[in-house]
Design a protein around this ligand. Structure first.
Ligand code: NDP
Length: 334
């Protein structure tokens, strides 16, 4: 079984006498800085001069250039986008760290795929919320907490785990539960959700839409039936609350009989699906994806622009816009 830490396993005193630099005051940075401060931890912010810099000052934080913030702190939480992190780390963070400092990542990606190799005399840990930034703050304020993936990559001081758990408690993650793993496993699971599970699920939805529209059903009705009504989102929440197998009790007997008997037919696709997803997982684990993405980043904006232009012309996108407008869903209904 995995090791899962809760509030009782963590002690904020592990950070006594420490100053934590939050580098990057964006989605995660703002929420984690506010939560740590409210937990009684000494926090300063390192940020480039931009809107986020002003926001941090308006929230009452001392804001310094990144290099200076790292020099003044004993613990640094790197909360800038993963793509820019290696360069910022090399130029503005690493030269200002001292032996025994704690370096904390919110994503294992750069360390796992060796785009950042921290000095051996640092404590290096992971506190990766499984929650968007605004949710990290909302959960802390509500007193509910959120889950996080955590891990110790290097323990130079002999206190890396207790310092990591201090941070977890300070941001509110131990209220939800922190599951320990390597940074490589965290990064791989995250990428697999994006590249394996998500696209496979998306393909199932698109196939169902195409099949039903080709069979003559109006696209608006198909989309409302499959997901625009919100019933699917509601069912997913029930799956979260009671479990995948037990949530079937919420459906009609006709639905239960039909889905169990017909569901068995899809078992035949299992092998092909696992083969495709397994190949994706292998590319992730071997580092091949990270290497490819590093090489492609310079051209990525052009690719995203091309995809957006194609996307906007797809019949599917037009059906969705029409249906969302007709049922006043989101901004299409304005
Ligand atoms: P953001 O995109 O919100 O950016 C954070 C900050 O970094 C902003 O203040 C931004 O400034 C600044 N920044 C951008 N480019 C640079 C640069 N070249 N040099 C210095 N600062 C820069 O990041 P997130 O909060 O989304 O992500 C931070 C970390 O948290 C990442 O490791 C991510 O994987 C992880 N994470 C994110 C989650 C999320 O929900 N977003 C969930 C779990 C983990 P500006 O505003 O001017 O661009």
């Amino acid at each position: 079984m995995a090791t899962i830490y809760h509030d009782a396993d963590a002690d904020l005193h592990a950070l006594s006498g420490e100053t934590v630099a939050i580098v990057g005051y964006g989605n995660q940075g703002r929420s984690q800085a506010l939560n740590l401060r409210d937990s009684g931890v000494s926090v300063l912010v390192g940020n480039i001069r931009d809107g986020a810099h002003e926001a941090a000052e308006a929230d009452g934080f001392r804001v310094l250039p990144i290099a200076e913030a790292c020099a003044q702190a004993s613990a640094v939480m790197l909360l800038i986008p993963d793509e820019v992190m290696p360069e910022v780390y090399r130029d503005q963070v690493a030269p200002h760290l001292s032996a025994g400092d704690l370096l904390c990542f919110a994503s294992g990606y750069n360390v796992a795929f060796e785009l950042i190799v921290p000095a051996a005399d640092l404590d290096v840990v992971l506190v990766a919320p499984r929650m968007i930034g605004v949710g990290v703050r909302d959960a802390y304020v509500a007193g509910t907490g959120f889950p996080a993936f955590v891990g110790v990559h290097q323990d130079a001081s002999g206190r890396a785990r207790e310092r990591m758990l201090g941070l977890c408690k300070g941001v509110g993650a131990t209220r939800g539960g922190c599951i320990e793993m390597t940074l490589h496993d965290e990064a791989s699971l995250d990428l697999f959700t994006e590249q394996g599970f998500g696209p496979a699920w998306g393909r199932v939805m698109m196939s169902a839409v195409e099949l039903l529209v080709e069979a003559g059903y109006p696209p608006e009705a198909v989309l409302v039936e499959l997901y625009l009504s919100g019933e699917l989102a509601y069912s997913l929440e029930k799956i979260r609350q009671v479990g995948m197998t037990r949530q079937m009790d919420f459906h009609s007997r006709t639905s239960q009989y039909g889905s169990v008997t017909r569901g068995a037919r899809y078992l035949a696709l299992d092998g092909a699906l696992k083969e495709k997803m397994g190949a994706v997982l292998e590319e992730i684990r071997s580092g091949a994806f990270a290497k490819e993405w590093s090489e492609q980043q310079a051209q990525a904006n052009e690719l995203f622009e091309r995809i957006r232009a194609i996307r906007d012309e797809l019949p599917f996108t037009k059906w969705e816009t029409a249906a969302r407008k007709a049922f006043r869903i989101g901004d299409a209904g304005e």
